[in-house]
Design a protein around this ligand. Structure first.
Ligand code: G3P
Length: 220
């Protein structure tokens, strides 16, 4: 089995922006685990978070396939990379883009820059897998931010996405997300055939993020 990946999406949660983002990243960095932990932070916080937690892998939450030039307000991949980003989410349910956007971004970034494309369902996961990103993460939008983990509410979408993506490409790994909060949710996800999870509120809204993170990795 490959090292399980746990991506914590900081979104724009208050407990995960600015100074709080730096603190949360340091907490993630301090977790003793064999899992690979990634913080997907606001583009505004990348530099500061990378400086504050140099041993933690930091990703963006979104990037635009543009170069240097007149692109007001867009998120430029090369600058993100120069500021320490090692990967990005793309097409998150809260920031949808076209397939073309994803394809152009994949073309533009270096080989070792990882991309996790998010999908709302199996069909979207298959379309994204055909572009061969490093990861496809399936997240039913109605379960995002809720208390019930996708692994309990809809285990079949997790296992079916894992099989469908495997059929489309053996290179693409699958994650699942939405409502994931505990180590049990993470181990169920792995049992269902995915390589890790994408989560947010279980950590970013926790009154004790360290405890939440320790629980998430406890069964790995
Ligand atoms: O990107 C992760 C996300 O959309 C799931 O959010 O709060 O349900 O873990 P949450």
């Amino acid at each position: 089995m490959t090292t399980p990946l746990i991506i914590v999406n900081f979104k724009t949660y208050q407990g995960a922006q600015g100074l709080s983002a730096e603190k949360l990243a340091q907490t993630m960095e301090s977790i003793d685990t064999n899992a690979r932990l990634v913080a997907a932070v606001s583009a505004l916080d990348i530099s500061k978070v990378v400086d504050a937690a140099p041993d933690l892998e930091v990703w963006c939450q979104h990037l635009d396939p543009i170069g240097f030039g007149s692109n007001t307000g867009w998120l430029h991949p090369e600058t993100a990379i120069s500021r320490g980003a090692k990967g990005t989410l793309i097409n998150h349910a809260e920031h949808k883009v076209s397939l073309e956007h994803v394809a152009m971004l994949l073309d533009q970034v270096p080989e070792d820059f990882e991309i996790c494309a998010c999908a709302a369902d199996i069909d979207e996961a298959k379309s994204l897998a055909a572009l061969v990103p490093n990861y496809v993460a399936v997240e039913p939008p109605e379960l995002i931010g809720g208390d019930v983990s996708v692994t309990s509410a809809d285990p079949q979408i997790v296992s079916d996405t894992a099989s469908a993506v495997r059929e489309a490409s053996e290179e693409v790994m699958v994650l699942c997300g939405a409502g994931i909060k505990s180590g049990l949710d993470v181990s169920k996800a792995i049992e269902l055939g995915v390589s890790g999870v994408l989560l947010a509120s279980g950590v970013t809204k926790s009154s004790n993020p360290k405890e939440a993170l320790e629980d998430l990795v406890s069964l790995l």
